[in-house]
Design a protein around this ligand. Structure first.
Ligand code: SAM
Length: 214
């Protein structure tokens, strides 16, 4: 049983109440095994940056689909669902999906849950939007995500990648991004977190649009 605490996310004109793990350290079973570090159990600064960016800048047509990869608590995806997108949250950790699903339902949002590992991603469904909040941090895993972006995005769809200016993410984009297939817009969104040791972050946002006709 995971001990939880409630967080309120303030979007202009709307609040979301989310439960996250009260004590992340307590969930660590093996510090040497990256897969057992519970990075899913909190909301990362890049997720706040993406959530605010979506709330302030994006609208969805009825039925447009959004897949959030490595969703953890799924905050950015939930903001898309608030704007009536058809949301799928995906992670390889079943506890993450359970908590994210409960969070979505408690905020009155409907959501599909997809348990998939990027290294053997079997889902063949294509989405209008793919969200990637702080998941391109490991050069060993990044090529798998690059494949998912290519295989699971609809023609004319958009991939939105956010990160706290990580070298591994910039390096991935340097080699993966192909201007014959995509266009890209970049933004920096400052994020202030009140309950964090490091209160201020600069979040890089890449909006990568497929040039394939829809
Ligand atoms: C740094 S956390 C980011 C969580 C969330 N996107 C955010 O920004 O708050 C990385 C997420 O990716 C998930 N993840 C890591 N490796 C994965 C893999 N091989 N397949 C699927 N999900 C994975 C973790 O469970 C975790 O939820």
């Amino acid at each position: 049983m995971i001990e939880k605490k409630e967080l309120t996310v303030h979007l202009p004109g709307r609040e979301l109440k989310l439960h996250v793990a009260a004590d992340i350290e307590a969930l660590i079973t093996d510090n040497n095994d990256e897969e057992k570090v519970p990075c899913w159990a909190d909301i990362w600064p890049a997720a706040y940056g993406l959530a605010y960016f979506i709330w302030e800048n994006m609208e969805f047509m009825p039925g447009e689909s959004v897949l959030e990869l490595g969703a953890g608590m799924g905050l950015p995806g939930m903001v898309c669902a608030l704007k009536r997108a058809d949301l799928t949250l995906s992670d390889f950790n079943p506890l993450a999906l359970e908590m994210a699903g409960e969070n979505a339902r408690q905020n009155g949002l409907s959501v599909k849950l997809l348990q998939e590992d990027w290294r053997k991603f079997a889902c063949r469904e294509k989405y209008n939007y793919i969200l990637a909040s702080d998941i391109l941090y490991d050069p060993k895993l990044n090529p798998f995500l690059g494949e998912i972006f290519l295989n699971n995005l609809k023609p004319a769809g958009k991939i939105i990648i956010t990160h706290p200016e990580r070298k591994a993410t910039y390096d991935f984009l340097e080699t993966w991004y192909d201007p014959r297939l995509f266009s890209q817009e970049r933004f920096i969104r400052e994020v202030e977190l009140t309950d964090s040791l490091l209160p201020r972050y600069k979040i890089a946002i890449h909006v990568i649009a497929s040039l394939q006709a829809g």
